[in-house]
Structures are given as structure tokens and as C-alpha cells.
Design a protein around this ligand. Structure first.
Ligand code: PMP
Length: 366
């Protein structure tokens, strides 16, 4: 056993509020069909791979120097992408980037949450929101969605007013349930929120509804829209998340970000990936078409499928979701047990992967 193995976690002077918690942990298993973490199943095209490699080689010669702390070139290109894809004229001053949108979310909680403050979210939703809240000692205020996982906007607005949290998290499209929230409903919720509203748009590219970016000007003092290159941009391994907000909000995050948090290699690779963005994003239409096929096929087999605007689908009902998850795995198909009773979540893969998933679905008892 490794040196020091006699020391147990319980022996350490860990913060009391972290004792007994479990870390985020989607199983990383080496199986033929991996449809469990909402990645883009299409690997980067050879031209992108070559461009990333060339960019890394160029940067390698300057690795004795710290990277651009403000990631200006990268933020400029991210802003250009947002502006061209949404028509909202955001610029470099409106955009901030970090190692995955998880780090963006953490910086937001570090700046606007913390001890004595609270953050509210509508559950079930992205499991990292409460985990990052806990890590930053922000009180988490879980607020239920309807039994069908949709959001009752009037009730949500009432609870926001009643609880007056420092931050509100709204995931649209929501993970793990799939639905987006229409813009007019989001506007109502943002309007009543006293603090900062984080609209987590990790799956925006798969969503046919308009982006919340269009509300940035109206709610400049409180709206933050977070995005990621992990999904549509097929860059999960590159770790690049970003946000759009008013420049003052971007300034606020400078107080908590670590200096040089985005390595020169990350910045160069992300820039190279963005240069091929148009090509990479061609996968979005294919994945949306496959999502429709998977939803229809599951429904045809008698499954209940939650409507999805993302690149994954929540479906059921299983008597024992855990046992069903294992049955999929036994057939070489890794999907996700997200802890919602009687349901499992499947990410949309390539047509072959989806076929394997659907073939397994036919065999699995509910
Ligand atoms: N937000 C949501 C809703 C997500 O589903 C994810 C990834 N599963 C993230 C944020 C974080 O992604 P990343 O850190 O890779 O950008």
C-alpha cells in the first residue's frame, strides 16, 4: 500500500461541512459505448488535430513565460462566436474564460457567494451547482421542479422573492432532464431576483429556443450566461468554459481567479479549436436529428421520455434504475444513473452507438 495509507480521511482536520460528502464521480469505465457524460461523440477532425498540434508546438517554445493572464485573444474569439451565433453584439469585455464552465461557476460563487450567503437552484439539475456551493461555503437552497421536471415559473418566482438568495442558478436546457425554459419565463425570473442570476447554457447549441444572451443588456447588473466548449465544440478534454456578462461582472471575477489560470497550451488549443468551430458545430444538427430518432424509438418501445432540447435524454420508468443501469453496462453500454428514481439518462452518440443503446433498451426489463 502507498506511503501514508494508515492515515484515514476521518483522521484529517477537514472542514466540518465537508465531512461525509461524496465527490462528483461519473464512472469512467472503458466500455465500447460510452453515453454517460454528454460529450460530443464525434472526435475532432484531422485538420483541427493538426492545427492544435501546430499551435502547441509554437507555444512550447515560450513555456518559460507565463501565459496571457487575461486571455485576450481567446476571449475575443469567444465573443465573436457568441455574437455571430446569437446576434447579440458581445465583445471581449463581456466574456471571461476558465478551465471548464465548472471553474467559471466556482469563480462566480467565490465572488458572489461564500459564508453567510446563499444560492438557489431548481432540482433536479446539474449536480455540481450544490457541490461547488458547498466548496465555497455558500448555503444551497434546493427548490423542486414539477414532478414532470418542468419549472413552474410563478412558483419559482415566489420562492426566489421569499428566499432572496444571493445567487440563482437556472440550467437551460436543464441537465439531467433536458428541457429549456422559454425566454419570456426566464425574463420573469431574472426580473424578481435580487442578486446574481446564472443561466447555465452548457447545452445552448442543441437548443432551438433563443439564448438568454439577448437579455444581457436589459439585466446588465445581474445576469450571467455560462457556456462551455465541452459539448457542442467537442472539446471536453481541452477544459474551456466561458461566460458572457456586463464588464463589471467580469471585473469582479478578477478578484478571485488565480493568476495565469488558463495555461498557454489551453489558450492555444482552444483558439485552434475555435478556428475550426464551423466544422465541429456541424455535428450539432446530426446529434439533434439522432436525438429525435432515439426519443421516437424509446417511446415506440413504451418508455416514458422527458422532452429534451439538449444532447441527452432522460427516460424511464424502471422499477429499479440502478439494476437497469447495470444491465446496460453488461451489454457494453455505459449510460448514467443520475439518482432520479425510476429514470436513467443517455447521451446522444453516433448512429452506431445509438443503435447499440436502442438494441440494449429492447432487452432490458423495466
Ligand atoms: N453545466 C452543466 C449544466 C453541465 O452539464 C456541465 C457538464 N456536465 C457543466 C456545466 C460543466 O462542464 P465543463 O466544466 O466541462 O465546461
Amino acid at each position: 500500500s502507498p506511503i501514508g495509507a494508515r492515515v484515514q480521511l476521518a483522521d484529517l482536520p477537514l472542514r466540518d461541512d465537508l465531512r461525509g460528502r461524496t465527490p462528483y464521480g461519473a464512472p469512467q469505465l472503458d466500455v465500447p459505448v460510452r453515453l454517460n457524460t454528454n460529450e460530443n461523440p464525434y472526435p475532432p477532425p484531422p485538420e483541427l488535430v493538426a492545427d492544435v498540434a501546430a499551435a502547441a508546438a509554437e507555444v512550447a517554445a515560450t513555456l518559460h513565460r507565463y501565459p496571457d493572464r487575461d486571455a485576450i485573444a481567446l476571449r475575443t474569439e469567444l465573443a465573436a462566436y457568441l455574437a455571430s451565433s446569437t446576434g447579440v453584439p458581445v465583445t471581449v469585455a463581456n466574456v471571461w474564460a476558465a478551465n471548464g464552465s465548472n471553474e467559471i461557476l466556482q469563480q462566480l460563487l467565490q465572488a458572489f457567494g461564500g459564508p453567510g450567503r446563499s444560492a438557489l437552484g431548481f432540482e433536479p439539475s446539474y449536480s455540481m451547482h450544490p457541490i461547488i456551493a458547498a466548496g465555497t461555503r455558500t448555503d444551497w437552497v434546493p427548490t423542486p421542479r414539477r414532478p414532470d421536471f418542468s419549472l413552474d415559473t410563478d412558483e419559482a418566482a415566489r420562492i426566489i422573492v421569499e428566499k432572496a438568495p444571493d445567487l440563482v442558478f437556472i440550467t437551460s436546457p436543464n441537465n439531467p432532464t433536458g428541457q429549456a425554459i422559454p425566454l419570456d419565463q426566464l425574463r420573469e425570473l431574472i426580473a424578481v431576483t435580487p442578486g446574481v442570476v446564472v443561466i447555465d447554457e452548457a447545452y445552448a447549441e442543441f437548443n432551438e429556443h433563443a439564448s438568454t444572451l439577448g437579455l444581457l443588456d436589459e439585466f446588465a447588473d445581474k445576469l450571467v450566461v455560462t457556456r462551455t466548449m465541452s459539448k457542442a465544440f467537442a472539446f471536453a478534454g481541452g477544459r474551456l468554459g466561458y461566460l458572457a456578462a456586463a464588464p463589471a461582472l467580469v471585473d469582479a471575477l478578477q478578484l478571485v481567479r488565480l493568476p495565469y489560470h488558463l495555461s498557454a497550451l489551453t489558450q492555444a488549443a482552444a483558439l485552434a479549436a475555435l478556428r475550426h468551430g464551423e466544422q465541429t458545430l456541424e455535428s450539432v444538427a446530426k446529434l439533434v436529428a439522432e436525438r429525435h430518432r432515439v426519443v421516437d424509438s424509446l417511446a415506440g418501445m413504451g418508455f416514458q421520455v422527458v422532452p429534451s432540447d439538449a444532447n441527452f435524454v432522460l427516460f424511464g420508468r424502471f422499477d429499479d434504475a440502478r439494476a437497469a443501469w447495470q444491465s446496460y453496462l453488461d451489454r457494453g453500454v455505459l449510460i448514467r444513473d443520475v439518482g432520479i428514481a425510476n429514470h436513467l439518462r443517455v447521451s446522444i452518440g453516433t448512429p452506431d452507438e445509438n443503435d447499440a443503446f436502442l438494441a440494449a433498451s429492447k432487452e432490458i426489463t423495466r
